[in-house]
Design a protein around this ligand. Structure first.
Ligand SMILES: O=P(O)(O)O[C@H]1O[C@H](CO)[C@@H](O)[C@H]1O
Ligand SMILES: O=c1cc[nH]c(=O)[nH]1
Length: 234
């Protein structure tokens, strides 16, 4: 049985699924990091692939942008395809002055201006946190490979184009490391279904300084994050 948004055979996904926002990043990851990768779904051009990394099955699938889109794919992957580890590999805008382009952020927690988690959680504020075991594995592997990471809170925004730029001052004061658009929703989907989730982010731009990666830099920077994630979790 397929789902409204994923047309794959039962058993087509591995228990570990990497989740970039961009479906073409999913293809890039499948082409460059997985052996014997096969495209298992392409509904709406939201590509999903399964292959192996160091002999172990791994899947990768795009989620689209924003919590609603990401939540659809994460929910269907868990409910219908048995995915147990949802690991977002995304990009974010940096908030803190000491953070630079290419830095890797591990989203220990995710604040949000989205209302979706309140809808799930009876109107209460849900503390959207990463799975500790996945987080610990990333931290340990990064230390082993001497890759610097920043671990802490991110902000999952509904709006990419913030109408009130002064919100950045609040983010800065509260120690938010990066702004992206999915982690808080992904963590709540995982909690609802009793599976594990983590968000690993590469800093693609610095919001205050107006710096941004060019196309080639994006690919190189994301590759470092993807390799680290796969080495840590496979
Ligand atoms: O690069 P991805 O994973 O898509 O992540 C970030 O980029 C998109 C916005 O450009 C949002 O999805 C945001 O979370
Ligand atoms: O969601 C995002 C992604 C990159 N940079 C941002 O400012 N926001």
């Amino acid at each position: 049985m397929t789902t409204p948004h994923i047309a794959a055979e039962q058993g087509a996904f591995a228990p570990l699924c990497l989740l970039p926002g961009d479906p073409l990043r999913a293809k890039f990851i499948a082409d460059n990091f997985l052996d014997d990768a096969e495209c298992v779904t392409s509904v709406r051009n939201m590509f999903g692939f399964t292959g192996t990394y160091k002999g172990k099955a791994v899947s990768v699938m795009g989620t689209g942008m924003g919590i609603p889109s990401c939540s659809i794919y994460a929910t269907e992957l868990v409910r219908h395809y048995g995915v147990k580890q949802l690991v977002r590999v995304g990009s974010c805008g940096a908030v803190q002055p000491q953070t630079n382009l290419h830095d890797i952020i591990l989203a220990q927690g995710a604040c949000t201006d989205s209302n979706v988690n309140r809808q799930r959680f009876r109107g209460f504020d849900f503390a959207a946190i990463a799975d500790f075991d996945l987080l610990r594995k990333l931290v340990n592997e990064a230390e082993r490979q001497a890759i610097n990471t920043q671990v802490g809170n991110v902000f999952s925004a509904d709006l990419f184009y913030q109408p009130d730029p002064t919100v950045l001052e609040t983010f800065k004061r509260y120690g938010i490391l990066g702004v992206e658009m999915e982690a808080a929703g992904l963590y709540a989907v995982a909690a609802e279904h009793g599976v594990s989730a983590l968000t690993v982010l590469t800093v693609s731009d610095h919001i205050e300084r107006g710096e941004a990666m060019d196309a080639e830099e994006r690919q190189t920077g994301f590759s470092r994050m993807v390799k680290l994630t796969l080495d840590a979790l496979v």
